[in-house]
Design a protein around this ligand. Structure first.
Ligand SMILES: [Zn+2]
Length: 459
């Protein structure tokens, strides 16, 4: 059925216009004032509301075996939570570990999403070792439409790569035109500091941050940048958390290194005092890089407003209270991660737009358009234009609500953002022309999501 979204204020990067959007066969086919309504057209009145391109979360974990357990969401639960929060596309980290075969891992991750996700999705392929078959496997994976890699400088002997492997990955990525995303923390320093703190009897969640201090992240970020500089590859720092690491990235950018920066929702809103709460309350807020001293938040917001932080993701990674308690005797064993896939857009709108920290242009860019451009999805995703996919979010800026595990759709028994107010939420969310969400309820088609094939674009 055709769809007409009438009289909303359409927001894209560089443009705000009051108009109608007409959709046929999953695609936007017309934008204009007072469009005709052909028979059999579903009409949505968007008067008084903003209409955004579907939001894109460039960094999520759905299927994730990690630290002797599995993250709680499936693509069914994760995608519904994403859609209710206005995210119509997510990019999942495909994370086989060093002992797994990379290609088998890729097939496994794909099989978990296929026919299950209600929103569209893509993958970043993790390169967790570089051995003789790696190049041919990665070439196959890129040919399959997965045109971005992920490396971990942290997590020694599990996901982590050494400098030689990082070099080989970047050198190949440069030849293939593939962007490389990186978790930037010095693995050796993290391992040594963890040992030292545990030996001193410092085992509570409050010691997680001191085991991976800001300087350890700044070193990783600077080293990644230096390797980009010397291979000519294009990079993307994931979940940058602090001012020191930001300086390392922006210093490299200023000398012409092709480096892009993502920060994630928890680092804008939560600080290390959350992880210093006693017992499991602290453990719920353990992620890596860790929540930081509060003064870093202003630096992140400023960089986001100015565009030197490119995107806002979530690093969505739900482990429940029982799983967090695996680390009750030592912070080293707390599964890392804070869920956020459902809350990113609303909390960014509330604390960015409604508090005057971001303008609408930067909001839509950071939450949708920039990720589409960096990761080969634009203009199919990330904008509202004729011939783009009809992924649309009709947004009610007058809605008021509260984030809570009691009402969220993520498959987890806590929310990292419990009790926070939201000022705005999607009233309608479409995926390729089909209404999937109305006013906080999933009303659509499960398993509708498709894997998005992407072409390399970073030569
Ligand atoms: Zn992650």
């Amino acid at each position: 059925m055709a769809l007409l979204i009438r009289n909303g204020e359409i927001v894209t990067v560089g443009s705000r216009v009051q108009a109608d959007i007409y959709v046929e066969n999953e695609t936007i086919t017309g934008i204009g004032k007072d469009l005709e309504t052909p028979p059999n057209t579903e009409v949505i009145d968007a008067s008084g509301k903003l209409v955004f391109p579907g939001f894109i979360d460039p960094h999520v974990h759905i299927y994730l075996p990690f630290m002797a357990t599995f993250a709680k969401d499936t693509h069914e639960t994760g995608s519904i939570a994403a859609l209710i929060g206005g995210t119509t596309t997510y990019i999942e980290m495909c994370c086989p570990n060093r002992n797994d075969d990379a290609f088998e891992g890729y097939q496994l991750w794909k099989s978990k999403a296929e026919g299950k996700s209600a929103c569209d999705y893509a993958f970043h392929m993790s390169v967790t070792k570089f051995v003789k078959e790696t190049e041919s496997q990665l070439r196959q994976i890129v040919a399959d439409g997965t045109a971005s890699f992920k490396i971990f400088l942290a997590y020694k002997n599990f996901f982590g790569v050494d400098d030689g492997e990082m070099y080989q990955t970047l050198e190949l990525a440069k030849r293939l035109g593939v962007i490389v995303t990186a978790h930037c923390e010095n693995a050796e320093l993290v391992a040594r500091l963890q040992q030292k703190l545990v030996a001193e009897g410092k085992t509570g969640p409050e010691w997680h941050e001191p085991s991976r201090p800001e300087s350890v992240e700044a070193e990783g970020t600077g080293r990644f940048a230096t390797f980009l500089e010397n291979t000519g590859a294009t990079g993307y720092v994931v979940h940058l958390s602090c001012e020191k690491a930001l300086h390392a990235a922006l210093g490299a950018k200023a000398r012409g290194v092709k480096i892009n920066v993502e920060s994630v929702l928890p680092h804008f809103l939560l600080d290390k005092s959350y992880a210093e709460r006693p017992g499991v309350e602290g453990m719920k807020h353990v992620m890596s890089p860790p929540l930081r001293a509060k003064h870093n938040q202003a630096a992140l917001w400023n960089a986001l407003a100015g565009g030197s932080i490119d995107t806002v993701g979530t690093d969505h990674c739900p482990f429940d209270t029982g799983q967090k308690l695996l680390g009750k005797d030592s912070f080293v064993n707390i599964p890392n991660g804070i869920p956020g896939i459902e809350d990113r857009v609303n909390l960014l709108f509330t604390h960015g737009m409604q508090r005057g920290r971001l303008d609408l242009d930067r909001f839509v860019d950071a939450a949708s358009t920039r990720a589409a451009k960096l990761f080969g999805l634009y203009p199919r995703k990330g904008t509202i234009a004729v011939a783009s996919d009809a992924d649309l979010v009709v947004y009610d800026t007058n809605y008021r609500g509260v984030v809570s595990a009691k009402s969220h759709h993520v498959n987890n028994d806590y929310s990292g953002f419990e009790g926070m107010l939201i000022e705005g939420r999607p009233s309608v969310v479409t995926v390729r022309g089909k209404v999937q969400v109305r006013d906080g309820k999933f009303v659509g088609e499960r398993g509708r999501g498709k894997m998005l094939k992407r072409e390399p674009s970073h030569f």
